[in-house]
Design a protein around this ligand. Structure first.
Ligand SMILES: [Zn+2]
Length: 378
C-alpha cells in the first residue's frame, strides 16, 4: 500500500534541495536519479537557454501496461521565496517549515506524489495507460517552463496537474486569462520651490490614472490590481518618472478586454492631460480554460474521486498554472488536489496522508483509463 512514512521521507528530501525559479538544477538532477532507480529514462529539454535558467524541463515517458490515450502528469519543481535552506519539521504526518521559510509543498507535494505514483504502479503492477511525466521549471515566475515545452513532441491526450489545494476530491477545471501591465509615466523634473511650473509631475499623472481604474473584485469572475508603484526622488523635486505595475484577470474574455481598455485609457488620458510621456507594456500572461463536465479528463477525475469516497468538487481557480499552458496547447488538463495549505507563506503545511490519498486518486484515474482502453480494444 501507499506508505505515508516513505512519502514524508521523500518529501523532506526534496524540500531540502533549494530550487527557486531558474535555479532548479540540483532538484532536477535528483529527480533524474530517482527516475533512473525506477528504470525510467528521462531527458531535459532546452528551456534553460530561452529562460536563462540553470536547467530545462524534465520529461520522462513511461510505456503503458495497455494501449490507450497517453496521459500527461505534471508538477513544477520551482518554489517561491523565501525558499532556500528549508528545514522541514514533522509532527505525526503533518509537515511544516521551521518558520523562517516557506515549506515548498507548492509544488514539491506534487513532485512527491508523482514519484510515489510511479513507484506504486510498479510495485503493485497496476494497469495504466502510457504516461508522459513532465516536471516543469520556472512556473512561479509566469509559467515559463511550460511555455517553452515542445508540444509537437508530446502525445498526451489529457493531463493532470498536481498543483492543487488541500481538500481531496477538489478538481480545478477552470482558470482565468490574465494581463500583466506596466507603465512608465515620464514627466519633467524641476525644482519644486524655485520653478515648479517648468516641471511635469509624473506621480500626479499616475495617481489620477489609478484613481480612474476600478480595482479589486470587479465581479464574480473578474479582478484587477495595481501592485507596484515607484516614483520620485526627493520632496523638493517635481518627479520625472513614475513606474506603475498591475494586472487584471477574468474567466470571461470580453470582460477582460473591457478592463484592459479601461486601464490603458486611464493612463493615456491622465498622461495627455499632464503633458507627460507614457510608455506601456501590456502582456497576456496566460489564457483562460474551462473543462466541461462531459470531457473524458473530467469524468475520470470525478468518478475516481467518488470511488475513493472523496467528495468530488469542481472549482474555478483564481490563478494561472501550467494547466493554462497545457490547455492552450491542446492538452485538456485539470488541476488535482495535492494537500498543501497556506502556500506562499511561512505557515505553509501539508499532511502526508493527503499526499497518499492523492496518489491513490491518480492510481484510480489511470486504472479507469486503462480499463476503458482495454475494453475498447477487446
Ligand atoms: Zn504551484
Amino acid at each position: 500500500m501507499i506508505d505515508p512514512e516513505r512519502i514524508i521521507e521523500e518529501f523532506c528530501e526534496l524540500v531540502r534541495v533549494d530550487s527557486p525559479s531558474l535555479r532548479e538544477r540540483a532538484v532536477v538532477e535528483l529527480l533524474q536519479e530517482k527516475l533512473a532507480e525506477l528504470g525510467i529514462d528521462s531527458e531535459i529539454d532546452d528551456a534553460a537557454v530561452a529562460l536563462d535558467g540553470e536547467v530545462g524541463n524534465l520529461i520522462a515517458r513511461v510505456p503503458g501496461t495497455v494501449d490507450g490515450p497517453t496521459v500527461l502528469v505534471n508538477a513544477h519543481v520551482d518554489t517561491v521565496e523565501p525558499g532556500c535552506g528549508i528545514c522541514p519539521v514533522v509532527e505525526g504526518t503533518v509537515i511544516r517549515s521551521e518558520g523562517e521559510t516557506i515549506l515548498g509543498a507548492d509544488d514539491k507535494s506534487g513532485v512527491t506524489i508523482i514519484l510515489g505514483l510511479l513507484r506504486h504502479l510498479q510495485e503493485e503492477k497496476l494497469p495504466h495507460p502510457p504516461l508522459e511525466i513532465v516536471f516543469t521549471v520556472a512556473e512561479e515566475i509566469g509559467l515559463c517552463g511550460a511555455k517553452q515545452l515542445d508540444y509537437g513532441r508530446l502525445d498526451a491526450e489529457m493531463g493532470f496537474v498536481l498543483d492543487g489545494g488541500r481538500t481531496m476530491g477538489t478538481i480545478t477545471h477552470a482558470a482565468p486569462s490574465s494581463y500583466r501591465m506596466a507603465w512608465q509615466v515620464h514627466g519633467v523634473a524641476a525644482h519644486a520651490g524655485v520653478c515648479p511650473e517648468r516641471g511635469v509631475n509624473s506621480i500626479q499623472a499616475a495617481a489620477e490614472a489609478i484613481a480612474q481604474i476600478p480595482l479589486g473584485r470587479l465581479d464574480e469572475e473578474t479582478t484587477a490590481n495595481i501592485g507596484i508603484i515607484r516614483g520620485g526622488e526627493a520632496t523638493n523635486i517635481v518627479p520625472a518618472l513614475t513606474v506603475v505595475e498591475g494586472e487584471t484577470r477574468s474567466h470571461d474574455e470580453s470582460k477582460l478586454e473591457q478592463q484592459r481598455r479601461t486601464m490603458v485609457a486611464a493612463f493615456r488620458e491622465a498622461a495627455a492631460r499632464h503633458d507627460a510621456e507614457l510608455s506601456e507594456e501590456i502582456e497576456l500572461t496566460y489564457r483562460r480554460f474551462e473543462i466541461d463536465m462531459h470531457e473524458p479528463v473530467m469524468q475520470y477525475a470525478w468518478r475516481a474521486a467518488e470511488r475513493l469516497g472523496f467528495e468530488p468538487t469542481a472549482e474555478r481557480g483564481g490563478g494561472g498554472s501550467d494547466a493554462n499552458i497545457f490547455n492552450a496547447n491542446g492538452i485538456p488538463s485539470l488541476i488535482i488536489a495535492t494537500g498543501p495549505a497556506e502556500v506562499h507563506t511561512l505557515q505553509e503545511w501539508v499532511d502526508a496522508e493527503r499526499m497518499a490519498e492523492s496518489i491513490a486518486w491518480l492510481t484510480e484515474i489511470l486504472g479507469m483509463i486503462a480499463q476503458d482502453a482495454s475494453t475498447q480494444t477487446a
